[in-house]
Design a protein around this ligand. Structure first.
Ligand SMILES: NC(=O)c1ccc[n+]([C@@H]2O[C@H](COP(=O)([O-])OP(=O)(O)OC[C@H]3O[C@@H](n4cnc5c(N)ncnc54)[C@H](O)[C@@H]3O)[C@@H](O)[C@H]2O)c1
Length: 261
């Protein structure tokens, strides 16, 4: 048996290059800051230049290393452009798929266009990004990690978020498919399943009544705070801390998924 590592070395990402796709969002920006605080060189990839640069400034002010790249996850050429820039600058060890969009349109009113858009941003992105990043993440000296951000809606369907739930259940399936496909390449693939955290994409959905209903079904009786995802993110990102973990669906939800009535 090898020597027991110190907790700090277990989660040390100082030799790692990370990219957070959707790194301009509420959770994605936290993920980017957290990976940078663990020592990773982070690329914040998102649609908004202004927000991305602001996340980068926050990381640099805290002593980390970061830069911004613009990406539209629905546009293959845009994803390919980011992938080739990162391949040329040393490749990628940790990739977080955190772009997402939700909708409160009821099932009966959902248009083909909105259905396609929600599926494409939440699920098509995971396919596209994983495929275009495979080569540069393969056979990294310390192993590589892909973390897909799924949702509580991926389990038994949540009311009101039909297309989003369908997309996120696809994210779970694709995560486990890719875990098998990529294991021989040294890439672990896992999903983080947050419960409910106030953000842009769910602002209009989280009405006081909905929050009451969610918390009533959450043993810890509250919503989550973005920093409560830090530990699970770092665990899955670190190929030392989670070296034998792939295909896992990790719930961070105050017990929401463990509860029936
Ligand atoms: N907040 C929650 O309660 C919660 C719960 C479970 C899962 N999630 C998931 O976490 C991830 C982050 O979401 P968030 O809650 O921080 O919301 P958010 O709205 O703050 O962030 C979503 C990000 O995705 C980006 N995005 C949307 N379309 C894009 C596109 N075409 N190309 C590139 N980027 C695009 C947005 O610009 C934004 O930065 C999403 O996958 C979301 O589904 C969130």
């Amino acid at each position: 048996m090898s020597k027991v590592p110190s907790p700090s070395s277990l989660f040390d990402l100082s030799t790692q290059r990370a990219v957070v796709i959707g790194g301009t969002g509420v959770l994605g920006s936290r993920f980017a800051q957290c990976l940078a605080a663990a020592g990773a060189r982070v690329v914040v990839a998102g649609r908004s230049h202004e927000r991305g640069e602001s996340v980068v400034r926050t990381i640099i002010a805290a002593g980390g290393e970061a830069s911004f790249l613009e990406i539209d996850v629905t546009d293959r050429a845009s994803v390919a452009g980011v992938a080739s820039q990162l391949a040329a600058s040393g490749g990628t060890d940790v990739l977080v798929n955190a772009a997402g969009v939700n909708s409160r349109t009821p099932f009966s009113d959902l248009s083909e266009e909105e259905w396609q858009q929600i599926l494409d941003i939440n699920l098509g992105s995971v396919f596209r990004v994983s495929q275009l990043f495979t080569e540069q993440m393969s056979h990294r000296s310390g192993g590589a990690s892909i973390i897909n951000v799924s949702s509580a809606s991926s389990g038994p369907p949540l009311s009101r978020v039909f297309a989003y739930g369908a997309a996120k259940s696809g994210v779970n399936n694709v995560t486990q498919y890719l875990a098998r496909e990529f294991a021989p390449l040294g890439i672990r693939v896992n999903a983080l399943i947050p419960g409910f955290f106030p953000a842009e994409q769910n602002r209009s959905l989280l009405t006081p009544e909905r929050i009451a209903s969610i918390t009533a079904h959450t043993p810890m009786n509250r919503l989550g705070e973005p920093e409560e995802l830090d530990g699970a993110l770092l665990w899955l990102a670190s190929s030392r801390a989670s070296s034998f973990v792939t295909g896992a669906l990790v719930h961070v939800d105050g017990g929401f998924s463990a509860m029936s009535i």
